[in-house]
Design a protein around this ligand. Sequence first.
Ligand code: GLN
Length: 494
Amino acid sequence: MAIEIEKLTISSAAAALDAGEISSVELAKAYLDRAKSADKNIRAFLTLDEAGILAQAEASDKRRTEGKPLGPFDGVPVALKDNIVETGQTCSCASKILKTVKSPYDATVTTRMKEQGLVLFGRTNLDEFAMGSSCENSGFFPTANPWDTERVPGGSSGGSAAAVSARLVPAALGSDTGGSIRQPASFCGTVGLKPTYGRVSRYGLVAFASSLDQIGPLTNSVEDAAALLDIIGGKDPKDATSLPEPCKGFTDAVKKISVPDLSGMKIGLPKEYFELEGLDSGVKGVTEAAVASMKAAGAEIVDVSLPHTKYAIAAYYIIAPAEASANLARFDGIRYGTRDPEAHDLMSTYFKTRGKYFGAEVKRRIILGTYVLSSGYYDAYYLRAQKVRTLIRNDFEQAFSKCDALLTPVAPVPAFKFGEKSDPLQMYLADVFTIAVNLAGIPGISVPADLHPETGTPVGVQFLAPSLGEEKLLTIARNFELCRARQEFVPGLG
Ligand code: GLN
């Protein structure tokens, strides 16, 4: 039966399956067909195991016809970023060093989706080991923005964002260490949710910076983001940092809202974010229009301050590389993945393998991280960065004493052209609005707001809430979705 695939969300796909309008196999085939044609130019997927996908879809259809118990999204496809393990599939982290790896086990999020009968649909591209903001650091090939293939999709979860935006799959998971879900979501016009640190188990997520990493959904609606959080979140004994608080009921909370009503809600605007030198005027305009629509829906807008914002990038680019340098030590040519065939003894195995198969950005981070942790510089850099992290966390606590949530731009610029930010520092500076959120551990969501007046590519706005404030965050995001100026965010795939 004919379905309009570009209009489907995971919720409407599930409804179509329940109504018998389509089977899971038909749905999977429709997405596979679309992926086969459109992904030639976008290149969102690193691998797409057609036989494996169809087998999962067939199994779901069989459960349905046999009257077996079904998850609410049984038979609906969801893609995984290629740094979240799935048994038998690649988990390359877009790095040549892990090119040959096939995962021997499932991440907790993978297990939870499988238990609900979701169809795991392909492995998406990323910046190598999730280090980057454009997907240009992938060790294999860059992914293009479906709205303009000369522009980046953002990163590091650029493959997930591009796939969801282009409707090659109705939803995907990504990971966010300093903005890697929210920024590509903004560039591609999808919803991207970074949960509170500890909400979602990191078991089976290849670690970049363990104190900052979180898995979260990229979707085409706030309701879908809530639904996936309901499925993947909650305590996991396999991740000691996962939080005991229940992580359920977000879908029901979001579903209740059909008319925007933000009366009684205080939305804070951090002045440092709006005064930033280098904030693109088109992005600022879209953000201000979003503020106006929130106000029209009854929200009270208050000014707040996050005084230590100017130190966030410096602190992050010390802490994240420090943790990365330790986490990536395991990729030594012995335990995982590829070994340089020219290696002839232990030291040459390390040097040649790591020298040859890690990309330039990964090496830069390892060197940076090793430097700031070395005995002569630990106090001067690493320890001070940790102190700044506390100040940043306190800034948010102060701000949340004056409002329910914050509204900010996601990135200071819209999707930029390939090669435009060739200097790494330029790229780091573009993370200014997303990074502090990870340092503080609070939840954040990027929701498409409008198209940029010059580039014609989407621009999202970011909402932030206190730790464990996902219900309020999603409620506010759903209200915004209903009151924003533009409703449709579907790229014309010329
Ligand atoms: N762009 C940031 C970095 O390069 C964040 C990446 C991420 O969130 N994984 O580190």
